[in-house]
Ligand binder design. Structure first.
Ligand code: CTP
Length: 403
């Protein structure tokens, strides 16, 4: 069946609460959205909803027992863990939340949960006092910190006859959130650095490089057109860019780029550092114009190292952030790029070789090789920087959409 969940395998875990009567409706909605669904229940759940009902709506066997001989995976009850693309517990009692948070595995569902490594969505349903109890809240926090998502319960009349929070979210809301897990997002926030940096020698001179910023600006435009919010930290460049999704931050020196990039990165999903950052700066910049001392004297500049922005972000990056660097090499290109990928803790690196005609600084074209952490190497042809930007954005979206 086609739909947002087409081709997806969803496990619906059902535990023993009155809201279990809504589980068949949820299963139907997931099947209608294109998913293949398998149900795994606790013993108490089947007091509220019969396995026959679940079997009928899911059109699949229902797992109720650790050592169930009827199911095709009977000896390896946890093999469902490999089958499922996501697992939804609806309704989730305080008991299953407590077991899951504390690693207790004493039935089919809790055993499966302990071994399941993909996205789990928990839909709590219980009375208000239980929901608000410190123990339950602590268990929910433990699960949240492990990346488990919750579909919050609603307020209303509860089975115990009282009013309050604790009603399981409605099946259509839960189904919507399951669909959202598999709907590619495009509202990511991305940091891009672009262009050269200028390192001041005195009031009128600087050390710079030939970078024009074209590659970084093409990336900013491509990602903004895809719906991303882009923070573009740009060194001195003549390029112009106007897009409602692009926030441009102009900087001059490597230190200014470092300050802007490290502060922006914290709220970003990914960063692509394409700037040609000066590795060194004069240890002291005169605020006047330095004069020749005599007609014959040489002049010596003492340079100190600038901070490495990419390496700094690599050190601070969280598991859900992606980092992409550029490498401009003249020889031993692949080897050097791989070393930078490792050393700076990148997800992938875009290699430019100065050996390639039409690639690198100033050109409207570029020829890049993309190398990722798993050793995949993607060699590109010489093409416009806009098309190279599309290739890089495609690769980045593979990472982002698997978050
Ligand atoms: N980079 C950075 N900050 C620096 C230097 C480099 O963020 N101070 C980033 C660049 O934007 C690029 C990557 O690091 O994404 C690689 O830059 P490159 O100059 O090729 O490498 P370096 O680490 O400076 O190494 P080397 O100069 O030895 O080749």
């Amino acid at each position: 069946m086609t739909g947002p969940l087409s081709g997806k395998h969803i496990i619906v875990g059902i535990t023993g609460g009155i809201a279990a009567y809504k589980a068949p409706m949820l299963v139907r909605l997931l099947v209608k959205a294109g998913a293949e669904v398998m149900c795994a229940t606790t013993e108490h759940a089947i007091q509220f909803v019969t396995p026959l009902t679940l079997e009928t709506v899911s059109n699949n066997h229902v797992y109720t027992d650790l050592f169930d001989n009827k199911n095709p995976h009977s000896t390896e009850h946890i093999s469902l863990k490999d089958w499922g693309d996501a697992l939804v517990i609806a309704p989730a009692t305080a008991n299953i939340i407590g077991k899951y948070a504390n690693g207790i595995a004493d039935d089919a569902l809790s055993t499966l949960l302990l071994s399941f490594r993909k996205q789990v969505l928990v839909c709590p349903a219980m009375n208000t006092q239980m929901l608000e109890s410190p123990a339950l809240q602590r268990n929910m926090d433990i699960l949240r910190s492990q990346g488990v998502a919750f579909v919050e319960s609603a307020s209303g009349e509860l089975a115990c006859g009282t009013y309050g929070n604790g009603r399981m979210a409605e099946p259509d809301e839960i189904a919507k959130q399951v669909c959202a897990l598999f709907t590619p997002r495009n509202d990511y926030k991305i940091l891009i650095t672009a262009g050269p940096t200028y390192e001041k020698i005195d009031a009128v001179r600087f050390i710079g490089n030939f970078s024009t910023g074209k590659m970084g600006f093409a990336l900013a435009e491509e990602l903004a057109n895809r719906g991303c919010q882009v923070s573009l930290v740009a060194g001195p460049t003549h390029l112009d860019i106007k897009h409602p999704n692009i926030k441009r931050i102009d900087v001059l020196s490597a230190q200014e780029m470092y300050d802007a990039a490290t502060s922006e990165f914290q709220s970003c999903n990914a960063a692509i550092l394409s700037a040609a950052v000066a590795d060194f700066r004069p240890d002291h910049a005169a605020d006047y114009k330095i004069k020749k001392q005599s007609d014959t004297d040489d002049m010596t500049l003492h340079l100190v190292q600038n901070p490495d922005i990419l390496a700094t972000l690599g050190k601070s990056k969280r598991d859900n952030q992606f980092l992409i660097g550029f490498a401009l090499e003249t020889d031993n290109e692949l080897d050097n790029a791989r070393k930078k990928l490792e050393k700076k803790n990148l997800d992938f690196i875009v290699l430019n070789s100065l050996q390639d005609k039409g690639a690198g600084f100033g050109h409207d074209t570029n020829k890049v090789t993309i190398i990722d952490r798993n050793g995949n190497i993607q060699h590109g042809e010489l093409k416009s920087k806009q098309l190279v930007a599309k290739d890089i954005a495609d690769k980045l979206f593979l990472y982002l959409n698997n978050l």
